[in-house]
Design a protein around this ligand. Structure first.
Ligand SMILES: C[S@@+](CC[C@H](N)C(=O)[O-])C[C@H]1O[C@@H](n2cnc3c(N)ncnc32)[C@H](O)[C@@H]1O
Length: 259
């Protein structure tokens, strides 16, 4: 007797993405965040072109592929990458159920994206704070030259940003760094929210400054912690980044997800 779809969903669990499968079955209907990530997609969706025919999309940290499937439905060719084989198994299984021919999933790290060519849209959602080398990741994904970057990160603090945060700072003025409005990213050495891969928690100022430093300008904020950015191309990462990336990617594949 063939295994029912419900049993396959159970066997492939636990799920982080609540996929709404053809026929009405959901993969994580009791998700602690609600209908996740559908509620986030509903915030982002109106800001992306409805017709993505011919567009190339990269979904970094694709998980079970919710966003990959949503963008392929608009006509894009989508490459979803993730370091965790557990989630990739779910994504590949769901691809069959959605008959999503334009989507491909590969086990790759964000530290390899500069080897993947150019993309029109890059999704980098819920991954930044899981990385030991977040700025390197931004520099590398800038090399994919996206027209649009959809960025999301866990954050802390309020949204005040010091007016002089993007200006040179003198040694004598270094107490300015203690100003709550100065861009900050808190380092978590062991574990945050029971997850040892949560290395960093940036505030809003740090996110916008780090994106800017990698050549991205924030155009719109469709929802809490979500940033739609344009790549200005003004800041290319240097060649040292390539060597660092090779090291980080190796580290990632050797030690499992999210180093
Ligand atoms: C919090 S989930 C976010 C999933 C999805 N992007 C979303 O926003 O719903 C983080 C995902 O990033 C993946 N991930 C962690 N480190 C990664 C890395 N170095 N390269 C690519 N993916 C990574 C994890 O396996 C996981 O699927």
């Amino acid at each position: 007797m063939s295994e029912s779809a419900e049993a396959q969903v159970r066997r492939l669990g636990p799920w982080f993405h609540n996929l709404h499968l053809p026929g009405g079955l959901e993969t994580a209907p009791d998700h602690h965040l609600g209908d996740f990530p559908r509620f986030k997609w509903l915030q982002i969706a109106p800001h992306l072109p409805f017709d993505l025919t011919g567009a190339r999309v990269l979904d970094i940290g694709c998980n079970a592929g919710f966003y990959s499937f949503a963008l392929a439905e608009r006509g894009a060719s989508v490459l979803g990458i993730d370091t965790d084989e557990h989630y990739l198994r779910q994504a590949r299984w769901a691809k069959e159920r959605f008959a999503a021919d334009r989507v491909t999933f590969e086990r790759r790290s964000v530290y390899e994206v500069h080897e993947l060519g150019r993309f029109d849209i890059v999704l980098f959602m819920g991954v930044f704070y899981h990385l030991r080398h977040p700025l390197l990741a931004l520099d590398l994904l800038a090399r994919t030259g996206p027209r649009t970057l959809v960025f999301q990160s866990l954050t802390f603090g309020d949204e005040r940003v010091a007016a002089d945060a993007a200006s040179p700072l003198d040694y004598a003025d270094r107490e300015r760094l203690a100003d709550p409005a100065w861009p900050k990213m808190a380092f978590v050495e062991t574990s945050f929210a029971d997850d040892p891969t949560n290395w960093w928690v940036p505030d809003h100022g740090a996110i916008t400054a780090m994106l800017r430093s990698s050549g991205f300008v924030v155009d719109t904020r469709p929802g809490h912690e979500i940033y739609l950015c344009r790549h200005t191309g003004s800041r290319a990462c240097d060649d040292d980044a390539t060597a660092l990336a090779a090291h980080a990617a190796r580290e990632c594949h050797e030690t499992g997800p999210s180093p």
